[in-house]
Design a protein around this ligand. Structure first.
Ligand code: PEP
Ligand code: MG
Length: 869
């Protein structure tokens, strides 16, 4: 025989599938000996059986329910429908996951025209008894029979008005008696039948209504939005009533065991004296803060506080507790894990750890990425977001959320910012010239480009929220874009969610509480567990400082070409690449060396002596060349060249496939003087900072785009020459390393040959992925999306390391490199490195560090620590 019903004394918290969350916790609290009114649960299996077999309560279920009612009677000494001492119950739904969209509660079930009189005489409180009865009529009518609640509420409002009263608790027994008659009349009129007087019929109807509510539209929508399976069903909890509306020594309330917004310890919540549960949420009267209960009913307050503390310890989680006090006796009606803001989530876990409620491993494993993310970036208010529909989406390139006015050029963005506007920069794609526009924007949106495109990398580095590759976005002109029929004009207010990749029209309020949890404590703990270190991809003093503050142990990738994104620098850089002769180039290099030296000094100081890997120039030239007649004219004027000279040289340098073109050390082979200048600047800056600060600066010079051992050796020896010159001039000794990026498949195969000349490797998985998969890092989002939709790719390989392809190449390179040089230091600095899914794989490779954008460091460290547990 199937078991459809469990007494609270028979279940436990582990049985959420069968008893629902509420039922399982009521059972657990009963087991713990807490003051829970007795009751029983009709299982989720009963619900599913009911729904799948013609919506009928089979006799077997009814028998088991009646059997449990008998046991309840025996325990309470009261009887269902009894004229002397009637048993009243509450009926509540409770599925495995809390679902606010479902039917919820019917109270005072068991009352009828006779039992209400018994309740009045037993309690010697007629007002109370008729208040209970009208509540039953109202809730049963609304929740079970689907009547409109306002039909009932209007009667109370009218009665109060006639009598010049403001609050429900001012109504007398006679008033409630009158309301009961009116309610019964409404019931008769609307449903063409009487309110059922038989408590057993009431009970069966209520159970059926709860079962049926599993499939109501609100519940279905809620499940769809929250990814909850339709196959779970809901349980029904039937529990002896306790009365918070008995008088002034009774009351009811809801408390959190800690503050759910901030995480501070201590009870947080509210209550109402002389009220039943629904009054607190319904806003009939204004509830009082729970701390007032300490004065009003001090003993009960202390008991509630100590129960909440016990529950927290038992569940090892912050609890959301419903309670009722009936004539000074406290009852707990429900406990569940409390919803909280991200800030509260982190604070509570850290406090639990300090209070000994959880151990270090639990602390490490229980922090959720979304909470950590929210600690670093602002977010939209969750409730506000629920009611909004996005009109555009793309790749979630850089997390956080922001609202601002749309502008389509860096200049317009900068001007708008200067006027005091908040700005969202909307571009087809971005280039180094947009850098100032990006820096003043709250968010950046592009229609083209993937997770490693210029906009994505730069915005992520700056901690600005960004959504890239929005395919449906067409940027038409400098002041207009379209998305299907929708038009975005200059000044249109957009809200951008860089965490979900969604974009909305209009303003969305931000989450009020921003996180101020000191991550320092967590870093110390994560560092104790993680096997792999985390460095920052950063080059500006600000980004480096952010990286250090967010727990980086050094810099793993300083992209020196990023140091030329500022307008004045860009011009110098253009002068370098547009130079016609060695002399002209050397002239520019002389100035650039001073500028770079200063840059590197700032960098070393910001990194406070931690290991610093500086990558020599790797400029995909198309990112730096002037574009179009206006820019040719401007550059020609600034550099003292003719328009035609600039155009000719630009045409000469233009490449069909610049990402595979004149990049990286190809530049160093063609123009050794450029890398020599950089090496000198790196070394001389290190000498000066060492001398000035006493920090032992040990630069790691990284050569990009290596294909071949001879190629690398040639460039290495050329820069070593320059380094020796500088050291001689400075009369200083300094230890430094020269290593290479491994980002071309061939370099993986010949890693043993390269390792004979290199002091370290750092995998550039952005380029390695581009080349291993033959997918352009800038043009592939459409293809990748299609492949993901078709199920060919599980993830975007530029976001999550492609283990079987790129990962296999990495393994090979590590194996071959270390065969020759067992001490070879190995890192990874491509964007995929920091993704939690990549980290599981990287943890098994013998690499020394991961390097990523500053704002991704905490999550990378957390995942490394969690994986190592
Ligand atoms: C890479 O290719 O993974 C890398 C880190 O270098 P960049 O993104 O600058 O090409
Ligand atoms: Mg690269």
């Amino acid at each position: 025989m199937n078991r459809w019903v469990y007494l609270f004394s028979e279940g436990s918290k582990e049985q959420k599938d069968l008893l629902g969350g509420k039922g399982a916790n009521l059972a657990e609290m009963t087991k713990l000996g807490l003051p829970v009114p007795t009751g029983f649960t009709v299982t989720t299996e009963a619900c599913l059986y009911y729904l799948n077999h013609g919506n009928q309560l089979i006799s077997d279920m009814k028998d088991q329910v009646m059997d449990a009612v008998e046991k309840l009677s025996a325990k309470t000494g009261k009887k269902f429908g009894d004229m002397e001492n009637p048993l009243l119950v509450s009926v509540r739904s409770g599925s495995k996951f809390s679902m606010p969209g479902m039917m919820d509660t019917v109270l005072n079930l068991g009352l009828n025209d006779q039992t209400v009189a018994a309740l009045a005489s037993n309690s010697q409180n007629e007002r109370f008894a008729y208040d209970c009865y009208r509540r039953l009529l109202q809730m049963f009518g609304n929740v079970v029979m689907g009547m409109d609640n306002s039909d009932f509420e209007n009667r109370i409002t009218a009665l109060k008005k006639v009598n010049g009263l403001s609050f429900d608790n001012e109504l007398t027994a006679d008033h409630w008696n009158q309301i009961v008659s009116e309610y019964k009349e409404i019931y008769r009129k609307k449903l063409q039948r009487e309110f059922p007087q038989d408590p057993i019929e009431q009970l069966y109807l209520a159970i059926e209504a709860v079962f049926g509510s599993w499939n109501n539209q609100r519940a279905k929508t809620y499940r769809r939005l929250h990814d909850i399976s339709d196959d779970l069903g809901t349980a029904v909890n039937i529990q002896e009533m306790v009365f918070g509306n008995f008088g002034d020594s009774s009351g009811t309330g809801v408390v959190f065991s800690r503050n759910p917004s901030l995480g501070d310890p201590g009870l947080f919540g509210e209550y109402l004296i002389n009220a039943q549960g629904e009054d607190v949420v319904a806003g009939v009267r204004t509830p009082k803060p729970i701390q007032v209960l300490a004065d009003e009913l001090p003993e009960q307050f202390q008991q509630l506080k100590s129960i909440c503390e016990d529950l927290e310890k038992h569940y090892q989680d912050m609890q959301d507790v419903e309670f009722t006090i009936e004539r000074e006796k406290l009852f707990i009606l429900q406990t569940r894990s409390g919803k909280r803001t991200s800030k509260a989530a982190l604070t509570i876990l850290l406090d639990f750890y300090k209070e000994g409620i959880i151990n270090e491993a639990e602390l490490v494993s229980r922090i959720e990425a979304k909470d950590l993310e929210a600690a670093l970036h602002p977010n939209f208010d969750e409730d506000a977001l629920k009611n909004r529909v996005s009109f555009l989406s793309g790749l979630a390139a850089s997390p956080g959320a922001a609202t601002g006015a749309a502008y389509f050029t860096a200049e317009a963005a900068t001007e708008a910012k200067a006027r005091g506007e908040r700005v969202v920069l909307v571009r087809e794609e971005t280039s180094p010239e947009d850098i100032e526009g990006i820096a003043v924007s709250e968010a950046v949106i592009t229609s083209r480009g993937g997770m490693t495109s210029h906009a994505a990398v730069v915005a992520r580095g700056m901690g600005i929220c960004s959504v890239v590759g929005c395919e449906r976005l067409t940027v038409l002109e400098e002041n207009k874009a379209t998305v299907g029929e929708e038009v975005i004009e200059e000044g249109t207010i957009l809200s951008v969610d860089g965490t979900s990749g969604k974009i909305y029209f209009g303003e969305i309020p931000m989450e009020e509480v921003t996180n101020t949890v000191a991550l320092d404590e967590l870093h110390v703990i994560w560092d104790r567990h993680a096997k792999i270190k985390v460095r920052a991809n950063a080059e500006t003093p600000k980004d480096i400082a952010t990286g250090m503050a967010l727990g980086a142990v050094g810099i793993g990738l300083a992209r020196t070409e990023h140091m030329f994104f500022e307008k004045s620098r860009l011009l110098q850089f253009r002068q370098l690449i547009l130079a016609d002769s060695l002399d002209e180039r050397l002239e520019v290099l002389k100035d650039l060396k001073q500028v770079q030296k200063q840059d590197f000094k700032f960098m070393y100081e910001a990194a406070e002596g931690k290991p610093t890997t500086i990558r020599l120039l790797d400029p995909p030239l198309h990112e730096f060349l002037p574009k179009g007649a206006d820019e040719y004219r401007e550059v020609a004027k600034e550099l003292g060249k003719t328009y035609n000279e600039v155009k000719r040289k630009t045409d000469n340098l233009a490449e069909v496939n610049p990402m595979l073109g004149f990049r990286g050390l190809r530049l160093g082979v063609a123009y050794p003087e450029i890398y020599q200048m950089q090496a000198e600047a790196i070394i001389e800056a290190a000498c000066e900072v060492t001398k000035e600060t006493g920090l032992a600066i040990q630069p790691e010079i990284m050569i990009p785009f290596t294909i071949d051992a001879q190629e690398f050796a040639r460039v290495r020896s050329s820069i070593e020459e320059a380094i020796q010159r500088s050291l001689k001039e400075y009369k200083q000794d300094l230890s430094y390393q020269i290593g290479t990026m491994i980002e071309i498949p061939r370099a993986c195969f010949v890693a043993d040959e390269i390792a004979q000349h290199a002091d370290f490797f750092s995998f550039g998985t952005n380029d390695l992925t581009q080349m291993a998969l033959g997918l352009s890092r800038d043009d592939s989002p459409r293809i990748i999306n299609q492949y993901m939709e078709a199920g060919i790719f599980a993830d975007d390989p530029f976001q999550v390391l492609d283990e079987s392809g790129v990962g296999a190449l990495m393994k090979l390179a590590i194996e071959r490199g270390r065969q020759v040089n067992p001490k070879l230091k190995i890192g990874i600095c491509g964007e995929a490195a920091a993704h939690p899914k990549s980290i599981a794989f990287l943890n098994n490779l013998a690499i020394d560090y991961i390097s990523c954008s500053p704002f991704r460091i905490p999550q990378a460290k957390m995942t490394l620590a969690q994986d190592a547990l």
